[in-house]
Design a protein around this ligand. Structure first.
Ligand SMILES: Nc1ncnc2c1ncn2[C@@H]1O[C@H](COP(=O)(O)OP(=O)(O)OP(=O)(O)O)[C@@H](O)[C@H]1O
Length: 592
């Protein structure tokens, strides 16, 4: 809130603006606000959620045309038509979002562009939409006797709507929902494993864009009182895109700055509009190359160059309080006869294993033996071809990662999957947030509860940072940090979920001897706090000293299962390891 204090003088200046402007300049300001609302909506889908959306101008059109059709042809009053128009644009947003459930990146761009073109074609040809001539003579929006046909008075209506739209977008981006959207943009697999409901989140992003498009469309219909296809064409979509890219797509305020700046430039270049498009294109290319985060990202870009986290140090880990052992806890994980085929390749072949509560179970095997595939099946990334997975006796075979995460399964990844554009603290906050995505209704309904929940999460993140010795790096970006610290962050992020079952995929990879020793202590403390741990590891010293039981995979089959000392000298295990470039665990290592 304190960081937003500078908004106060800006708001005062915006309020006083009409006193210094002539009629035409006032009209330019009115249009700029409409573009700013559109840009904020586009920033939410493209920048925050990372979903390519070239249909924003169609959402805008749906809003404006719905008002035009309902008021001129169905006898609706302006404001009742406005409510329906915003709803219609949100529904259209949801429809455009459906392809995002199946495809991403440029494919999604092409599909959304196609849907936007389909809308323009429809309004150009449909009689109800007035064909190419459009619809004119829309009513002036009534408001307590004020004459809103005046651009001056309409400006204040727009300003209030814009302030609300901006406040809502800032609430979304600076709260658990926005963080999840950004986590999804950075790495949707890792976000899913942390409990983010990816399909619903993608839909949410498009519906939000639809809402903003609808609101902008209503204001446009009220201001211009005439709609025609050319206002919602592809040229305007690219102008909007340029606003968001130049301003800074992941910053909501950047989108506003981009929208206002380009609206003014567009006005200045009205006489040279043929060259203007070329100019926008050139500026966009320059921004993408030299300032990928747009104008709003420039300060951060310079700060990042100066901030070097490579010498950062980890603090000591503060052990968890030991939980009293509960012998009746039974089995936490039961994998039964799981087979996983990838076309011709059998990665897992009838694998079974049972992990009792409170155990640290090792899973070892030569490269390509199926260890990570087993984790991917347990954590919901892969559905097994055959067999089942049970968590505390409940069948969870094929359940989505976010569902398993909510059932207490946490995991780390062999190739670290930290959210690179989020700070270390934010990475932990994503793990700490356990709310279902359906909580979204709280954002418009009970925003103060959202802020209260965010404060609570931040307090808990502070505790976690202290426990895992991450205070020195809490506000750094993960990519700037040494590998050992990144591994610790990933472990802390998994523990943020307060899991019952923790799956660690090669947590010692890339760590030095001292770091491996500390890792062993941390994992033991985690287990003592009541968490069951399954660990894939190539570091045999760690496996032998840490695990109570070890399962050995080779060629997708379990070839041995038992206490480490027994397994290490099992003839099949020795043979499997000798067949691999790795050295077999020695009996000495086994008993260490
Ligand atoms: N998505 C996939 N598509 C096709 N093949 C796959 C896929 N995932 C894994 N495999 C194959 O399944 C086999 C087992 O791979 P997996 O990554 O589970 O082995 P691993 O024991 O974890 O190996 P490493 O120790 O090298 O990590 C390999 O032959 C691998 O190429």
């Amino acid at each position: 809130m304190r960081r937003l204090a500078w908004l106060v003088p800006v708001a005062v200046a915006a309020w006083l603006l009409p006193y210094g402007l002539g009629g035409y300049s006032m009209h330019v300001a009115d249009v700029a606000i409409i573009f700013a609302i559109l840009a904020v909506g586009l920033g939410l889908t493209m920048g925050v959620a990372g979903q390519i959306n070239l249909a924003q101008v169609a959402f805008f059109g749906v809003g404006a045309y719905t008002v035009a059709i309902l008021t001129t042809q169905a006898g609706f009053g302006f404001w009742s038509a406005a409510v329906l128009a915003v709803l219609a644009a949100a529904v259209f947003g949801a429809l455009v979002g459906v392809p995002a459930l199946r495809m991403q990146s440029h494919y999604l761009g092409i599909v959304t562009l196609g849907l936007a073109l389909a809308f323009t074609n429809w309004v150009t040809n449909a009689t109800v939409a007035g064909r190419a001539e459009g619809i004119s003579d829309l009513p002036v929006p009534p408001m307590f006797g004020l004459d809103l046909s005046s651009g001056y008075l309409f400006y204040y209506v727009e300003l209030v709507v814009f302030a609300l739209a901006l406040a809502f977008a800032l609430l979304v981006t600076h709260s658990p929902l926005g963080r999840r959207l950004r986590a999804m943009r950075d790495d949707d697999l890792a976000a899913g494993a942390l409990g983010a409901e990816i399909p619903l989140l993608r839909m949410t992003a498009f519906v939000l864009s639809g809402l903003y498009g609808g609101v902008a469309g209503v204001l446009y219909a009220g201001l211009i009182r005439f709609v025609a296809p050319e206002s919602f064409n592809i040229a305007n979509m690219f102008l909007l895109l340029a606003m968001v890219i130049i301003g800074g797509r992941s910053s909501i305020l950047g989108c506003v700055v981009g929208a206002v700046a380009l609206s003014l430039v567009r006005e200045a270049l009205l006489d040279a509009s043929a060259y203007a498009q070329l100019g926008y294109g050139l500026v966009v290319v320059l921004v993408v190359v030299f300032a990928p985060q747009g104008l709003a990202g420039l300060p951060r870009q310079f700060l990042r160059r100066r901030r070097d986290g490579s010498r950062a140090q980890l603090g000591p880990f503060q052990p968890y309080e030991a939980a009293a052992p509960a012998p009746s806890d039974g089995d936490v994980l039961e994998v039964r006869e799981v087979t996983k085929r990838f076309k011709g390749l059998v990665a897992l072949d009838g694998v079974s294993l049972t992990v009792p509560a409170g155990q640290i179970r090792g899973v070892v095997g030569p490269n390509g033996s199926g260890k990570t595939t087993l984790f991917n099946v347990i954590s919901g990334f892969y559905t097994p071809t055959q067999g089942s997975v049970r968590l505390r006796g409940r069948d969870v075979t094929g359940a989505a990662p976010y569902r398993l995460s909510h059932r207490g399964v946490a995991r780390t990844f062999q190739n670290l999957r930290l959210f690179e554009d989020l700070s270390v603290r934010e990475n932990l906050l994503v793990g700490l947030d356990r709310t279902p995505t359906t909580w979204i209704w709280r954002y418009p309904g009970l925003p103060w509860k959202v802020l209260g929940y965010e404060r609570e999460l931040r307090e808990r993140a502070g505790e976690l940072i202290e426990r895992f010795g991450l205070a020195e790096v809490a506000d750094a970006e993960p990519r700037s940090l040494p590998y050992g610290i990144q591994r610790r962050i990933e472990l802390a992020r998994a523990m943020a979920m307060r899991p019952g079952l923790l799956l660690l995929d090669e947590p010692a990879a890339g760590l030095n001897g001292e770091e491996v020793r500390r890792l062993g202590e941390i994992v033991r403390s985690i287990r003592d706090s009541g968490v069951t741990v399954v660990i894939i590891e190539h570091n045999m010293g760690l496996v032998m000293s840490l695990c109570e039981q070890v399962t050995v995979l080779s060629g997708g089959r379990v070839i041995a299962d038992g206490p480490p000392a027994e397994v290490a000298v099992h003839p099949d295990v020795v043979a499997a390891y000798l067949g691999d470039s790795m050295t077999a665990p020695t009996a000495e290592e086994a008993t260490r």
